[in-house]
Ligand binder design. Sequence first.
Ligand code: GAR
Length: 201
Amino acid sequence: MTRLGILLSGRGSNFVAIADRIARGELRGCEIAVVISNKAEAGGLAAARERGLTALAIEANGRKRAEHDAAIIAALREHGVDLVILAGYMRLLSPGFVQAFPQRILNIHPSLLPAFPGLEAQEQAFAYGVKVAGCTVHFVDEELDHGVIVTQRVVPVLDADDEATLSRRILAEEHEAYSEAIAKVVSGEYEVAGRRYIRKG
Ligand code: GAR
């Protein structure tokens, strides 16, 4: 059984989509070991508690990033986490965190990387005038929104769209993409080959 450790900072709709899949028996071989937020008031923590999951607030409280991350790493280890899932976790990870879970941290980003890294990716894409947008699930490395891509989903930008309608459709795809990516990783059937994540030959 792969034990997932979810990190989030906000409403947690990606976490909820993953938890619902697991509850329906659709993400076989996975269980959620712990949900951690750097914000005590995060909606995602409340959603985790409603589901009877272990939900922890570990706030930075003025600590340096490495020190805060060490507390999170300790909690992940304590709960036997094998795979860390960043689900709207809006804080950069320190190099020590990335090294503690090599190729075992996934992130979801609301753009077709490498386009539009960073904050408010949907707004960046809309403002640029792209005709296709989407989302990316990737392994986390030491650069922002940069690691090897596990899966991407494309969302066409419609003439009638505004930032809000486009963001909603991207989010709906995120909810599919994240479970698809986790299933790929836990299947053990794929490997990293350079920058590509491909079926083992
Ligand atoms: C999602 O759109 C996710 O892709 C984005 O934050 C949102 C969290 O929503 N993450 C990033 O922008 C990371 N750079 P959620 O809390 O409802 O899952």
